[in-house]
Design a protein around this ligand. Structure first.
Ligand code: SAM
Length: 282
């Protein structure tokens, strides 16, 4: 919602809070086949993308989310070659994934082509890697994509979806994770954004661990990171797999051959430290 036309505000009814950004212009608004997409120019955070009233990303802080959705899971896998991104239509996660030389194929499957087309116009730097020969952009429902995919066809699946409402809801279900598990290779890993540990521990984070385990992952691990434009400013992603996820290719991460603004090997380790209230639950 906009407050007096100079602020965009996202109220959180569950926590009685709201996050607001000072805006200078509305650049675009459309109702796509799937969702309402808005783009604003903010005063201090660059451009802002909103889907169905929820903040998706801003120019200023999206690097934290996109790097944490990609690098921890890719440095946890011994040799990630085939990567599937479900959602992620803004292409920021795809760009990070393709920084890894081991990756030979990165397929992005977003239900809504309009998110990508608008990102190409308004967030061109996130789309830098779209023409990489290893990148494939598909516009389809991620739920059906994993249902139809062949067994053992991906090393890493990154679920960069909207919140568990609307077209993103089923992406948080045990059945979806079962299909992810089926289409992953032996050391395969799935990662999904798991919302705010402070606000969504019982409703999303804990059930995600349980459902990933019920789907066949013996190990799950949550990475914490700040994201000031998302509810509470504290966000997370959760990895599922079948080996000890505390171990990762630390040397490779320390000597990474590409630039990041947030991720490094120390952040990797620090992000897995759990506060007391999460220890008994996740
Ligand atoms: N970082 C963001 C967040 O958590 O607010 C997510 C960004 S990304 C733009 C989310 C994408 O998920 C959207 O582009 C949306 O179209 C896509 N999406 C939602 N449901 C989907 C589904 N069932 N299959 C594929 N993509 C889906």
């Amino acid at each position: 919602m906009t407050l007096d036309n100079t602020w965009f505000s996202e109220p959180q009814s569950g926590s009685g809070t709201a996050f607001s950004l000072k805006i200078t212009a509305k650049l675009h608004e459309e109702q796509s086949q799937f969702q309402k997409i808005e783009i604003y120019q903010t005063e201090h955070f660059g451009k802002l993308m909103v889907i169905d009233g929820y903040i998706m990303l801003t120019d200023r802080d999206n690097f934290i989310y996109h790097e944490m959705m990609s690098h921890p899971v890719l440095f946890s896998h011994p040799n990630p070659e085939k990567v599937l991104i479900i959602g992620g239509g803004d292409c920021g996660t795809l760009r990070e994934v393709l920084k890894h030389d081991s990756v030979k194929l990165a397929q992005q499957v977003d239900i809504d082509e309009r998110v990508t087309r608008l990102s190409e116009i308004h967030f061109p730097e996130l789309c830098d890697a779209n023409n990489d020969p290893r990148a494939e952009l598909h516009f389809a429902d991620g739920i059906n994509w994993v249902k139809d995919a062949a067994d053992a066809s991906y090393d890493v699946i990154i679920v960069d979806s909207t919140d568990p409402i609307g077209p993103g809801e089923v992406l948080f279900s045990t059945e979806f994770y079962k299909n992810c598990h089926r289409i992953l290779t032996k050391n395969g890993l799935v990662v999904q954004q798991s919302e705010s540990p402070l606000l969504h521990l019982d409703s999303i984070l804990m059930p995600m661990h349980q459902r990933m385990k019920a789907a066949g992952n013996s190990h799950t691990l949550t990475f914490n990171f700040p994201q000031c434009v998302y509810p509470s400013g504290w966000w997370s992603c959760t990895v599922g797999g079948n080996f000890d996820l505390a171990s990762f290719r630390e040397n490779d991460a320390r000597n990474k051959t590409f630039n990041t603004l947030y991720y490094n090997s120390d952040i990797h380790k620090a992000a897995t430290a759990l506060p007391e209230f999460m220890k008994t639950t996740v």
